[in-house]
Write a protein that binds this ligand. Sequence first.
Ligand code: OTU
Length: 633
Amino acid sequence: MSALSSLENDAAIVVEHVARREQPVDGETVARLRTEFPRLHSLFRALYGDRPGSLEALVHLIDVVLDARADRPAQLRRLDRDRAADPTWFESEKMIGGVCYVDRFAGDLDGVRGMIPYFRELGLTYLHLMPLFDSPEGDNDGGYAVSDYRTVKPALGTMADLRALADDLREAGISLVLDFIFNHTSNEHVWAQRALACDPVYEDFYLIFPDRELPDAYERTTREIFPDDHPGSFVPLPDGRWIWATFYRFQWDLNYANPDVFTAMAGEMLFLANQGVEVLRMDAVAFIWKRLGTACESLPEAHLLLQAFNAVLRIAAPAVLFKSEAIVHPDEVQDYISPDECQLSYNPLQMALTWEALATRDARLLQLALDERHALPAGTAWVNYVRSHDDVGWTFADEDAARLGIDGGPHRRFLNDFYIGRFDGSFSRGFPFQENPRTGDARIAGTTASLAGVAAGDDGGEDRVVLAHALAMSTGGIPLLYLGDEVAQLNDDAFQEDPARRGDSRWAHRPTRPEDRYARRLDESTVSGRVFTRLRRLIEVRRASPEFAGNDLVPFHTPHVAVVGFTRPSSDGDGGAVLVLANVGDSPVDIPSATFSGLDESAYDVVRDRALTLGGGLVLPAHAFVWLRVRRR
Ligand code: OTU
């Protein structure tokens, strides 16, 4: 057992090892290995340098990577080349995503395949299927407790079905997105079962302690993530030991301080990549590294691990992108985003502040986020969404709120009350999620339509659904639709009757596919028909407007606190842009002509397809928005 030493020394050992491999390595792969090895080595040294066996782990990792490369199917090697030739493909104005549960939306993988015509009708180019791997019967956190990364849940289909689906989607211009749930496995995973049986190799795959001494010490500084399930970060095992479980009691955190865990998970990741997955949603990135005395969130090593996974992918499956799922302070969210780490990231700040603005009828905090927290490094993009399968959490920065005279703590309590519908006059019909009586924290569950006022019969409900999507579709990056929201699906209260679901209010916003609503989607005398028609139009206009590509955004301020504004400049550098203005308030605003003095008087409304003049100012009705093609004077 040896520890890593210098790059030259260790590289020589790897070269010799690779030369002895039975299967010859092709020149292209050797070239990529040469490029990535120094980075991988330095990351491994930073993570595992002193640990005996770290050298063997790295050599083993190289084998895993080269085996995966050798297994990569021809059509995916072709994809690798296509993406290398067009590295900013995901920044295109034509990108738009959808997300759904396989069983709830389509029954099984075959059902998803049958929906490709609908995805095309909608214009999707990206499809995120919620976790579909083998997981415990009953409560399994919607599949986020994985028992086997290489087996599809039998009720949904087989791995061959998944591969065929990935191919068919790609054929239809749609990239398949799946989760890489790498912070934890289910307690039924074979590694977990062996750890439970005290196999020392697998005990070291998890964080297991004989008594409460270290768990108590860690819990002095960790947060409770799912307090409804268990307090703190640990759960007891039947034999009295304690195991780290950040989320549900049946989700056991992996021990990435052990390099064999990294190598094992890299193998699972590359297996997924070789099934045809084009984007991996990196679940719960903030939690993957632990250190006593810290919150055990977003530690520097979490970034090193992601960069090491990134380097592994660059060698064996370079077409694949990472999407970071960090629902944390906006500074921390940004830290995960770079071409060397995660090229894509959810934009939880814009998501939360869209809801914040709709509740307060004040868009200033959202405007501040767009003004100061929107920029990203080249070669990366936001995934902008109105809501996800998870809760809405108020992850804005208290420092930002304070600049506007808003006190973060009470403001979050107001927002929770508002969206749960406990606040007088609220238009929302949400549920609380993980309400923590000890800290007063809570998050919100509910479908877009139920949170926006459609369920409550509020006059502004439909407009708010469309306005929220118009923002997600216009700020840049990849807009992501939760399928069902485009037909204004309401909450599913039935989860309260289901023993496997009633403890988790997020099931309120994960209903099954609403056949009746989809059947009426072209009938504009219905809510579903109107919302669908309007969103469909936005998708079409976005796709035809190159200004929406990339992430460049220039703030555009008006005198009204209820209005959020920005332009998306044309890349031609000709002074052209699309101006986006949205009114989150309940009354019309009259934007004076002076606000537009830097622009040509004539503008073009690309959504309504008509010319207008800005010379006399612009009236923006309640809950309305415009996308105007303008030109700088
Ligand atoms: C993720 O979310 C998933 O999106 C959830 O569906 C899972 O339950 C969970 O991980 C466990 O796999 O706490 O409320 O960024 O907000 O990672 C959702 C921190 C969650 C967390 C996030 C987590």
